[in-house]
Design a protein around this ligand. Sequence first.
Ligand code: SUD
Ligand code: ADP
Length: 339
Amino acid sequence: MVSRLSARRAQRRVGSTDVLAVVPPPVTVRVPAKVNLHLSVGDVRPDGYHELVTVFQALSLTDEVTVAVADDPGVEVHGEGAATVPTDASNLAWRAVQALAERTGRDPYDPKVRVVIRKGIPVAGGMAGGSADAAATLVGLAALWKLDMTRDELAEVGARLGSDVPFALYGNTALGTGRGERLVPVLGRHVFHWVIALDRRGLSTPDVYRELDRLREESRPPRVGAVEPVLEALATGDPRQLALLLGNDLQSAAVSLRPSLRRTLRAGVAAGALVGIISGSGPTCAFLCSDAGAAVRVAAELSGAGVCRTVRVAQGPVPGARVVASEEPSRPTPPEVHA
Ligand SMILES: C[C@@](CO)(OP(=O)(O)O)[C@H](O)COP(=O)(O)OP(=O)(O)OC[C@H]1O[C@@H](n2ccc(N)nc2=O)[C@H](O)[C@@H]1O
Ligand SMILES: Nc1ncnc2c1ncn2[C@@H]1O[C@H](COP(=O)(O)OP(=O)(O)O)[C@@H](O)[C@H]1O
């Protein structure tokens, strides 16, 4: 459906003449999931968000988003968990279309764009899949509409859509502060190997933050330590050192809402992972492994343990949202001028 759009030509009037203009070809963007290597959750701010100190890492678990000029605007979602993703105006990718249209002087209610999402990132899994789709849409539209906008400018638009959207634009490894939208890159040449265990149902991010607030009112759930040692371990590239330092303040809240996650975390370590953590607000569990071979072995054993819906192997860091395909337009037709 999308590819047919590339060959279409639109007729428009320029002055007193009709001109056949080539419709720009669809643009496809690949965008990664994230895991929080460190997630320190502070107090609730007056705007309802929590102050964070987090280290994001982008993983080789990706969604693909194609944006195309279309007369039948809207969103389509395919792949795992697609049935649970809204295709109305609440889809984060569609909100990105509207936000960028507004920012660039287009009609946000009639942007003449179709967005096709192919999900590889678990939905409501704590891996920022919706944010990733919003980021991919911004990058795709910037190419489709030939916008002269930097990634920082796209990130400004993205931050208004969700706290995790800016990170999906940059990818790699980054230190996030504020509500997670203020980023500083963490440089490093080392690759880390992960096993990702997907749960049967998602968890809602606001519910998990609320559960943490509740737990903190009635007891003292564990808090992660300082972030600096995590940054040092990343610089060494030693997964064993990093494994000792991974931590997530939302883990106790996610486990409180979904107690079966304790078993999943234990099963990954029993299968040979160095450590297991809940990814962000969960329920996905991320297991750090010593090398690529160990990750394959852990994945095989974990998938037979009956503690999760499915298992994936991934590595990080990987780059943020980037264009992977933009079909060449069919050869431009010289303007037809009608007397
Ligand atoms: C927990 C994290 C960790 O990276 O990611 P996920 O695990 O959901 O992917 C993020 O903080 C989620 O970011 P994101 O999913 O973009 O959240 P947003 O749309 O901005 O906010 C959704 C809701 O989460 C809560 N929220 C989010 C961010 C934050 N710093 N404090 C919060 O309290 C608020 O209740 C907010 O209304
Ligand atoms: N493009 C999208 N992809 C996935 N979920 C989306 C999207 N747009 C809106 N959502 C909604 O956002 C919620 C959170 O999904 P997601 O971003 O995948 O998880 P998380 O916030 O746990 O990382 C989902 O329950 C879904 O209803």
